[in-house]
Design a protein around this ligand. Structure first.
Ligand SMILES: [Zn+2]
Length: 231
């Protein structure tokens, strides 16, 4: 236990000394409107407000820029893609996006979704991430540079913010140990209930600790996606 604590403290000291708040990474985002043949303004009108909401959620610790919007008529459903992403053979996902995918930015793919259990609650989105060996993100690019968001998830702006948390190393609070909850500043029921990493309808903020962690994570493990750093 002591050894773990010491390494955590060392890690936090390292974060503070190596990053600081003044190194602001700027990361581009591409949106891909999948299963679409023509521009649907009732969908594209949500992209700008999603970008604004995302940047507001990150409080200037990371800046996200809209690069490009693509359309492609390949169809798929979010829960099916989620199943493929968790299986061994992920080639179906690669072939779905291969003809449109651009490297060097976060690629957000919009697909339709459905309710798996008939409850009316559909899967809103998911993000394939590495739980270990995060320094290998760069070697696995662009597979782990993707985020899969449902069209209803685009209308509810909190989906992309939650998934960006995963993209930049955050876990759901219920998966975290007590000490990790403390380190992430999730120290009360109220903070828990309003945190972007829960499924709560009240989710509206990250803690300062989470923001710092994601800023550090971006510079450390997602540097190949960073367009520039503002000092
Ligand atoms: Zn999640």
């Amino acid at each position: 236990m002591k050894i773990i604590l010491l390494s955590v403290i060392f890690y936090l000291t390292f974060i503070q000394s190596s990053v600081g708040q003044r190194q602001i990474p700027v990361i581009g985002i591409n949106f891909y409107l999948m299963g679409m043949e023509t521009v649907d303004e009732s969908i594209t009108k949500h992209i700008g407000p999603n970008m604004d909401y995302l940047n507001a959620a990150f409080e200037g610790r990371i800046l996200f820029e809209l690069n490009e919007i693509f359309m492609n008529d390949n169809k798929a459903f979010i829960p099916d893609l989620h199943k493929i992403a968790r299986s061994k053979d992920k080639s179906r996902i690669n072939s779905l996006v291969a003809e449109v995918e651009k490297v060097g930015a976060i690629n957000i793919y919009l697909f339709d979704t459905y309710s798996v259990d008939g409850s009316g609650r559909a899967m809103m989105g998911f993000t394939p991430v590495l739980s270990r060996k995060r320094h290998t993100y760069v070697h696995n690019s662009p597979y782990f540079d993707r985020m899969f968001i449902s069209y209803p998830g685009l209308r509810d702006k909190s989906t992309i913010v939650h998934e960006m948390g995963h993209f930049l190393g955050l876990d759901h609070p219920w998966e975290m140990s007590h000490i990790n909850l403390e380190l992430m500043g999730i120290t009360s029921e109220e903070v828990y209930d309003t945190n972007h990493m829960t499924y709560s309808t009240n989710a509206s903020s990250f803690t300062q600790e989470q923001l710092e962690r994601m800023q550090h994570f971006a510079i450390e493990f997602r540097s190949y996606l960073i367009d520039r750093i503002i000092q």
